[in-house]
Ligand binder design. Sequence first.
Ligand SMILES: Nc1ncnc2c1ncn2[C@@H]1O[C@H](COP(=O)(O)OP(=O)(O)OP(=O)(O)O)[C@@H](O)[C@H]1O
Ligand SMILES: [Mg+2]
Length: 224
Amino acid sequence: MKVSTGMSKLDKMLGGGLPSNSVVLLSGGPGSGKTLFSLKYILEGARKGEKCCFITMNEDKDGVIRACKSIKGLSDIEKYAGKNLAIEYIPMSQSNISVQKFSEIITKYPQLDRVVIDNVNKLLMFSESEKSYRAYLVEIVNTLRNMKSSLLLCETDGEKSLDSGNFESYEADGVIQLMFLDLEEKPIRSLLVHKMRFTSFEPKVLHELKIDKNDVNLSEKKMI
Ligand SMILES: Nc1ncnc2c1ncn2[C@@H]1O[C@H](COP(=O)(O)OP(=O)(O)OP(=O)(O)O)[C@@H](O)[C@H]1O
Ligand SMILES: [Mg+2]
């Protein structure tokens, strides 16, 4: 079964959408579009009546709603927020952030369909070592595989290729990278699917990710 991302071009590239019961890593540098992409994805589920949970360590509920309301295609968020779309803000000031915290939130809502965690890197700050962070990550990924579909957002150096190894990308079932490309006179936001277990796709093809006041969407044209 495939899960629609809300972006028809991306769904088509993946043979209908993201494979179900998969945990997909969405990585990218600052401003590359991770949060808005994930909001587009979670709203797609919310509109279908799916039970969704958006967990963020970056901004509170008002901040999430404000970001959506600045874009027409996401501006209906208030219809779902607090109903079938839970927005859970975990402030960085909380000293007890751990994998248990995520598990508590996830288990608080029975039978979730879609989950977003923005973002997993912040867990590293609360881990004693890289080893314990990786162990957390494995546990989170295993828990989320029980849901219909999940996205883990991950900060990466916009310039660094994922091929050079970023361990979050080995643990996830799929990896979508967002980055800025300097192909024309101004940098263009682009999207690249690095891996997607259980499905076939055309690798190493870059697509433009358009973010404007109207929507967040994949452009029809291939870039490279
Ligand atoms: N209403 C809007 N109209 C046009 N562009 C917008 C609008 N809202 C946001 N953007 C663009 O989207 C970018 C932010 O995207 P987003 O917050 O999803 O990035 P991010 O990858 O999550 O960044 P960070 O790593 O800082 O969290 C902004 O920098 C801005 O350029
Ligand atoms: Mg963000």
